[in-house]
Design a protein around this ligand. Structure first.
Ligand code: MN
Length: 429
């Protein structure tokens, strides 16, 4: 850790110093924004309730400096490709501009705008998207419903299971999600029918953004995997459960998943998350140890992250009646069976190449308790236990007009609290 993690350092942007603020000086997440309908957008940093227009700053003031030169690009990809030294130098330079007593304060203040005045865009071009299945609790819950006799398949504790998702349908938080149609066959029906999804669901996930990639044919060993991840965001892997149940065998998810995936707009760097690293999930007695290419001391000691993840929910009626969004779940990312390092090492172990800006989804984050279940499928047990809402409504799955809001944050004794902001999406018919 370094001076950018010091919890005592305050910003001259006073909103960043408020307790509970997601974006204090210790966070400095990267995003791409534009002033509403104003231009094509560029890279910015969230600080308190403000956005620092790094693109304009770099263009006007700092283009000769290596740490800011790549931040004049329209998206983060060239910066991501530059690697940890450049990321770290930029973070430190930003700290020096935004901390209390910064000599350039008055000049920098001209490059701030209120978050409420800007529109967030996709922070990077995502060439490829892979979604893992790294929560053993989620895998066991889903398996119990889809295959009661055989909930957890025998490969689960050996292989970080994943599938290749669809990059073209990844959308930024706030983008409405259109209910997909698809083929589904209730167990009681003889034949399938085609029509609107009747079991639409969310999946609470953490997304890792790839920094430097690897050449085709050259695996990333686990000991180097952490250096290839730039940062994390929140991700909603919207899922059509009725379509999924019918289509998923034998090749895995397809149209049940690829109609939309939402991500939160601010990418929190791994450097900002350093204080919240923690030991990898402790495998229960009797579970196999990971194979050697998935086992490494540093990763076992510090490869997991202590992040709290909450799901909030509102219906159209709740909003009309001014009822606040209801929290549906509260879980922690440290409960994942596999670390992001293991996922990167496994993904590239056959020589598959990752590219800067690729999105790697963790899989649904579910914990050991009912409160920590990261999907409606699990919370309602496939509709058997509907959720009661303050308006008298109830839900088994998502209805049109429903809005799902993810929030995430890290806090630990002796360190600042930092957050991810929100990942939102509303269902439209
Ligand atoms: Mn998923």
């Amino acid at each position: 850790m370094n001076e950018t993690h010091d919890p005592q350092t305050k910003s001259w942007v006073t909103s960043a110093n408020q307790p509970g603020c997601d974006f204090p000086l210790q966070n400095l997440p990267f995003g791409v924004f534009r002033r509403k309908n104003h231009d094509d957008g560029g890279i910015g940093i969230a600080i308190g309730d403000q956005v620092f227009d790094v693109r304009a700053w770099a263009r006007d003031q700092g283009k000769s400096s290596a740490e800011f030169a790549l931040l004049t690009e329209p998206r983060l990809n060239p910066f991501l490709a530059a690697g940890p030294q450049v990321w770290s130098a930029a973070r430190k330079a930003l700290l020096l501009l935004l901390r209390e007593g910064a000599p350039q304060r008055e000049l920098v203040a001209r490059y701030l705008d209120s978050v409420s005045n800007v529109e967030m865009l996709m922070p990077m071009t995502i060439s490829d998207y892979t979604d893992f299945y790294a929560s053993v609790f989620h895998a066991t819950n889903v398996g119990s419903m889809f295959r009661p006799d055989n909930p957890l398949l025998p490969n689960y504790k050996w292989v970080p299971i994943g599938y290749h998702g669809r990059a073209s349908s990844i959308v930024i938080s706030g983008t409405p999600v259109k209910r997909p149609s698809g083929q589904r066959k209730p167990t009681t029906a003889e034949t399938p029918t085609f029509g609107p999804c009747a079991q639409l669901d969310y999946e609470l996930e953490v997304g890792a953004i790839v920094g430097q990639g690897n050449a085709l044919g050259e695996p990333i060993p686990l000991k180097n995997a952490a250096q290839h991840i730039f940062g994390l965001c929140l991700s909603n892997d919207w899922s059509a459960r009725d379509v999924q149940a019918w289509e998923y065998q034998p090749l895995g998810p397809f149209l049940a998943k690829n109609f939309a995936t939402s991500i939160s707009p601010w990418i929190v760097s791994m450097e900002a998350l350093e204080p919240y690293r923690t030991a990898a999930f402790k495998r229960p007695e009797g579970d196999p140890q990971p194979l050697p290419y998935l086992a490494e001391e540093q990763d076992q000691q510090h490869g997991a992250l202590d992040l709290w993840l909450d799901v909030y929910f509102s219906t159209r009626k709740m909003r009309e009646e001014k009822v606040a969004p209801l929290r549906l779940s509260h879980g922690n990312f440290r409960d994942m069976y596999w670390t992001f390092g293991q996922m990167v090492a496994h993904h590239t172990s056959n020589g598959c190449n990752l590219q800067p800006g690729d999105l790697i989804g963790s899989g649904t984050v579910s914990g050991n308790t009912k409160k920590a279940r990261g999907s409606l499928l699990e919370l309602t047990w496939r509709g058997a236990e509907p959720i009661s809402l303050p308006t008298g409504e109830s839900r088994k799955f998502l209805e049109d007009g429903d809005e799902v809001i993810f929030r995430g944050y890290a806090e630990r004794e002796g360190h600042a609290r930092i957050g991810f902001g929100e990942c939102r999406g509303m269902i439209v018919g």
